[in-house]
Write a protein that binds this ligand. Structure first.
Ligand code: 3PY
Ligand code: MG
Length: 270
């Protein structure tokens, strides 16, 4: 593809960006994401080097805006990991901004029904298939509409009571690449505490509903896993795209462990 040929950081034969995501999900495989919530290019570099299949940028709950994410995505031209941005809202301008920078996909939060899912998909496609405006701005990106459209995956989140009730129609919208479950918001929708979505089995029934709708339409079921230790649990529920580690979470875990180790050393010496 043209955007591979033009990138000077790409080594011949290496799988890159969108293709990394496709390869990870092929034949029932799992795609694992590292999650960037801090507005720092150092974070995206660390995530790519760690070997995640995709690097996700969180404009909904992270400290970065879509403009910040676009800047970081643009700097990731030619890297191995795919880049996926969770936009802060289901909005044509915001989605266009990150796709113009070369993002390989978007995750659109809080999608409640088929109409909202169609809107998300339309923002990823040019007329007559959608409403995206033309303006790719990362050097080396493809220049034709079919190539630009082919490299973009549109994931939508089901994490509300209404979204859950409409899971079948949302999953049937052409162009939806997959569903991402937000366990915290889903828990709230079900009358639970946000943390119960991760620590109990109480959202399993809701997950099974979404899983069935995904399987009926041949699309991917994804989830914010809450850590690598949770992979077996979600894998068993059918999830094949998992966001497992965030910069802030991993950093605070490491910092806590580091400090505990330092204190333990001093205790053992005194
Ligand atoms: C949720 O758990 O609701 C999420 O969206 C994770 O960020
Ligand atoms: Mg959420």
């Amino acid at each position: 593809m043209a955007y591979f040929r033009h990138s000077f950081r790409v080594k011949k034969g290496l799988v890159m960006g969108h293709e990394t995501l496709v390869a990870a999900l092929a034949n029932g495989g799992c795609a694992f994401g590292g999650w960037v919530t801090l507005n720092s290019e150092a974070m995206s570099g660390v995530m790519d080097r760690a070997g995640y299949d995709f690097v996700g940028f969180d404009c909904q709950h992270g400290t970065l805006s879509e403009a910040d994410a676009a800047h970081m995505v643009r700097r990731m031209a030619g890297v191995r990991a795919a880049t996926i941005v969770r936009v802060s809202a289901n909005n044509l301008g915001l989605i266009g901004k990150v796709l113009d920078a070369g993002a390989d996909g978007v995750i659109v939060p809080l999608v409640n029904n088929a109409e909202e899912a169609r809107q998300a998909v339309a923002s990823c496609h040019y007329p007559p298939n959608g409403s995206r405006s033309f303006g790719p701005n990362r050097p080396g990106m493809p220049t034709t509409v079919p190539e630009l459209e082919a490299k973009v995956s549109c994931f939508v989140m089901i994490e509300t009571r209404e979204g859950l009730a409409n899971a079948a129609e949302i999953c049937a919208v052409p162009g939806v690449a997959g569903i991402v479950i937000g366990p915290a918001d889903m828990s709230i929708a079900l009358g639970l505490t946000p943390v119960e979505g991760f620590t109990t089995d109480q959202i399993f029934e809701a997950l099974a509903t979404v899983r069935a709708a995904c399987e009926a339409n041949g699309i991917t079921l994804g989830i914010f896993a809450g850590g690598a230790a949770m992979v077996p649990k979600w894998y068993g529920q059918g999830a094949r795209l998992m966001i497992i580690g965030s910069d802030l979470g991993l950093l605070s875990q490491a910092a806590n462990a580091d400090m505990a180790q330092a204190k333990a050393h001093v205790t053992s010496l005194t």
